[in-house]
Design a protein around this ligand. Structure first.
Ligand code: PLP
Length: 369
């Protein structure tokens, strides 16, 4: 890539293909693959990522909210799309755009069936979500009779899949808890199948579920973070490549005298003469204020430049006292070597939060490295 001339998020589609192939190598042939592209493809670009993954052979897409599914349909993506967290107000949009709702409560099932009947639908695909321990969204085992009752009285919907979500698949200290979730999922799915009389798709493994729990792959897996290059674990990270590199440039260099201050509220008082570089990226771009005062850093010409003082809305100042650099030089916020996982750990956060925070005003640049 040529040197950047502004703040950009570079997205490497070859890294995406590498990550997809690695994750596919972890599942039995024939297992379907659902790619999670919610939140702008984890902060990258949902449409470009989804199109690339469809070309690579994924079977399903998942988004969190209805409008995210709409964006994919607007881009002429025809792959089935699961909406993980639809709300009744969006049912009309869901059906008109051929999106497939996750149905997670009795109220929701009643309301969706009512809507589907009113709109003369038959066998509209729905996905039943069961809570097996995350305690976030989902039916419980006791809802099975209620579900079966409603389903047996209508032709308007058909159970395309049944799924659950693991609470701690990346944490091997919670293995017993996770195995209990998987066992509950097995038990509930068997009961559901015997009631409805056919086997829908069954899925409960996210990225860490794919790598840590091969017995939990069922007939489909759902991956988000792994596709974007993070495995929640050192060993897994070594097989994956972060697809996104956040880059910016040095706008201006200042010589700060000992005792002078830098930035809002004089967040830094220089203890010695300091050379600072101002970069066009700030908290409105996804660099939380928590990274200020030396917690976060960027890399300039291979060297770590810690953030000086407070993060501004549109800028940060970094310490380049010992770095050979000049105005116009490139600065890497995160990428393949200086990863989003390492940077986010500096403020007790996780890669997921940092990469999904990259603001929409930052230009996305697509490449194949
Ligand atoms: C976001 C999400 C995923 C993806 O999880 P990763 O850890 O990113 O692989 C899978 N399933 C559900 C229900 C989700 O909300």
């Amino acid at each position: 890539m040529p040197k950047t001339t502004q703040t950009v998020l570079e997205i490497d589609l070859n890294a995406l293909a590498n990550n997809y192939q690695y994750l596919v190598s972890k599942v039995k042939p024939g297992t379907k693959f659902m790619a999670v592209v919610k939140a702008y493809g984890y902060g990258s670009d949902a449409v470009i990522i989804a199109k690339e993954l469809v070309g690579l052979g994924i079977d399903y897409l998942a988004v969190a909210y209805t409008n995210e599914g709409e964006t994919l349909r607007d881009a002429k993506i025809e792959t089935p799309i699961l909406v993980l967290h639809p709300l009744p107000v969006n049912f009309e949009k869901i059906v008109s755009r051929c999106l497939e709702p996750s149905i997670y409560s009795r109220k929701m099932l009643e309301e969706f069936i009512h809507f589907a009947e009113k709109n003369k639908q038959t066998n509209y695909p729905i996905h039943l979500k069961f809570n097996t321990g995350l305690n976030r969204l989902g039916f419980v085992e006791n809802d099975l009779i209620f579900i079966d009752n409603l389903l047996s009285k209508t032709e308007s919907v058909k159970v395309k899949s049944m799924f659950s979500h693991l609470a701690a698949s990346e944490d091997l200290n919670e293995k017993e808890f996770t195995l209990n979730q998987i066992e509950a999922f097995n038990r509930i799915s068997e009961k559901l199948i015997s009631k409805i009389g056919y086997t829908p798709l069954l899925h409960c493994a996210n990225t860490s579920g794919i790598v840590n729990y091969p017995d939990a792959h069922f007939n489909m897996v759902r991956s988000g973070i792994g596709l974007y290059g993070f495995g929640n674990d050192k060993k897994e990270n070594s097989h994956l490549k972060p697809i996104a590199t956040l880059k910016t440039i040095i706008s201006q260099i200042h010589s700060i005298k000992k005792g002078e201050s830098v930035g809002y509220n004089r967040g830094l008082i220089a203890e010695q003469d300091t050379r600072s570089a101002t970069l066009p990226i700030g908290h409105a771009d996804g660099i939380s204020r928590s990274y200020g005062k030396g917690k976060g850093w960027v890399t300039i010409n291979g060297e770590k430049a810690p953030i000086l003082g407070n993060v501004c809305m549109d800028m940060i100042m970094v310490n380049v006292t010992n770095i050979d650099c000049e105005e116009g030089d490139e600065a890497i916020v995160f990428g393949c070597s200086n990863t989003a996982e390492e940077l986010s750990a500096a403020i007790n956060s996780i890669s997921y939060e940092l990469i999904t925070s990259v603001s929409q005003r930052i230009k996305r640049v697509i490449c194949r490295k």
